[in-house]
Design a protein around this ligand. Structure first.
Ligand SMILES: [Zn+2]
Length: 149
């Protein structure tokens, strides 16, 4: 199986439809498709996918991190640096859960991984992100606790 880079994906020839896709399609693939295929391991697997993606995207500093997350429309991030190895990332308008009804479970694992992966490239340390808030558990934003180690 060939491995592709982000550069390999950048040429998009869709003169009529353009580069955008409906967010609903993303959510069908992400919340229904991937979770059903991956089953109970979907959280851990999607987190690992996100981490690799976050490493590939990378960021030079927190301003670059915030710009890229917003440009890619993953959401609108606000970063609180709690101390040298602890950050809290609040994500408004999360690509996966914004507007979601209360279900009692959180499932923004891929987004959590993307955040961790990008922060790793800034701090040159490993990062572990854990989702602590989501629309699906009654908030109107998403939040992630990130520890560097
Ligand atoms: Zn979310």
């Amino acid at each position: 199986m060939k491995e592709y880079t982000i550069e390999d994906l950048k040429t998009i020839v869709r003169p009529e439809l353009g580069q955008e896709v409906p967010l609903l399609l993303f959510r069908i693939l992400r919340i229904i498709g991937m979770r059903q295929i991956l089953g109970e391991t979907s959280g851990a697997t999607l987190y690992m996918v996100g981490k690799q993606v976050g490493n590939m995207i990378g960021a030079t500093d927190l301003a670059d991190f915030q710009n890229k997350i917003k440009e890619l429309k993953v959401g609108i991030p606000e970063v609180e640096v709690v101390d040298e190895d602890h950050l809290v990332v609040k994500l408004s308008e999360c690509i996966t859960c914004a507007g979601f009804t209360y279900t009692g479970e959180m499932f923004c694992d891929m987004e959590s991984g993307i955040i961790a992966g990008m922060l790793e490239t800034i701090y040159k340390q490993k990062a572990k992100s854990t989702q602590t808030k989501s629309w699906s558990v009654g908030y109107n934003y998403c939040e992630f606790e990130v520890f560097l180690y």
